[in-house]
Design a protein. Structure first.
Ligand SMILES: Nc1nc2c(ncn2[C@@H]2O[C@H](COP(=O)(O)OP(=O)(O)OP(=O)(O)O)[C@@H](O)[C@H]2O)c(=O)[nH]1
Length: 304
């Protein structure tokens, strides 16, 4: 069972138990309808709707940690599923005329479920706003999970290019400057070699958090490749970008990252470069930034 689903075993069990009880109740009180009398359209419509509600429930449980919002969504979807399920049962089991409880089972859970679902979605909306505020510096008003790497988790080169094109157009429209800063860790390969890939991963995660802490709300941090990060800085001129780049380099130098195995401090440093957008497109600007970074790396090699 997938790990998140494991936390919701009880909820799933309760929904399936309720569905089973309804089935047993119908079987005890009524008679099976022979297949020749089945109304396939109704079975397809009501059964299909019940199955879809169950699939939604599975998706919600699989993607959410336990908590109040999840409970509300589960209860809501559980009621909706139950209502469609009992509606479908009377396509297979004929109940006597004098039986009325089946109408209650069909009709009451649906509005109740929809109310709970609405209340749950309302709280989900607030929860999402809080999460989006935390993710602001990683996504800049656009979410596409496929473009994010799982390690840091930051968006990559494709996402940066797309955002850069949009921001360049915006900066021309508004007559505002826009700059990029590149941050590339020095001798990162040596960390991988000496302490292992897992330690290298931990360094990348720590540096990501550090850079995010040092950014402003409107900035966007992306991981271009390996140990290279690029920051998109809207409303930022050349001097300010250079200053921010220097701050990032200083922050990395002062990061006291300890190895996981021996708790030994790893001395870290990063080469940085900045470029302000001139009258050029995203590719030209990125090329200029890469050239500036290559120059910074060259002077690092010469001074070693
Ligand atoms: N641990 C870890 N390593 C990675 C990841 N992605 C790329 N790398 C490694 O990062 C290293 C980058 O090497 P280089 O580009 O030579 O960078 P460097 O050692 O910092 O060299 P300079 O930039 O010239 O200072 C390579 O060894 C890659 O295998 C990752 O996700 N995790």
């Amino acid at each position: 069972m997938p790990s998140l689903l494991r936390h919701h075993r009880l909820k799933l069990f309760a929904v399936l138990l309720a569905a089973n009880l309804a089935l047993l109740l119908h079987l005890a009180a009524g008679d099976p309808i022979p297949p020749r009398d089945w109304v396939l359209l109704d079975i397809f419509g009501e059964g299909g709707a019940a199955l879809l509600a169950l699939a939604w429930l599975g998706l919600v449980l699989k993607s959410r940690p336990a908590g109040r919002v999840t409970n509300l969504l589960t209860l809501g979807l559980g009621c909706v599923f139950f209502s469609w399920w009992t509606d479908c049962l009377d396509e297979f089991i004929r109940l006597p005329e004098q039986v009325h409880w089946d109408h209650w089972l069909e009709s009451v859970p649906m509005p109740l479920g929809l109310l709970l679902l609405t209340y749950g979605l309302y709280h989900w909306h607030h929860e999402q706003l809080a999460i989006s505020a935390q993710m602001e510096k990683r996504e800049r008003l656009f979410r596409e999970h496929l473009l994010f790497d799982k390690l840091t988790p930051l968006a990559g080169a494709g996402y940066l290019r797309r955002q850069l094109q949009l921001s360049l157009a915006e900066s021309v429209r508004e007559g505002q400057p826009l700059s990029l800063v590149a941050v590339d860790l020095d001798h990162f390969d040596a960390i991988n070699q000496r302490f292992g890939h897992a330690e290298g991963d931990a360094v990348l995660q720590a540096v990501t958090q550090l850079l995010l802490l040092n950014l402003r709300r409107q900035d966007l941090l992306c991981r271009l490749a390996g140990d290279r990060f690029v920051i998109l800085l809207p409303h930022t001129g050349e001097a300010q970008a250079r200053q921010l780049a220097g701050e990032m380099a200083l922050a990395v130098e002062h990061l006291a990252h300890k190895t996981r195995q021996h708790g030994e401090r790893l001395p870290l440093s990063a080469s940085v470069a900045s470029a302000m957008a001139l009258d050029e497109d995203a590719e030209q600007l990125l090329r200029r930034l890469n050239l500036a970074l290559a120059r910074a790396k060259q002077s690092l090699a010469l001074s070693a």
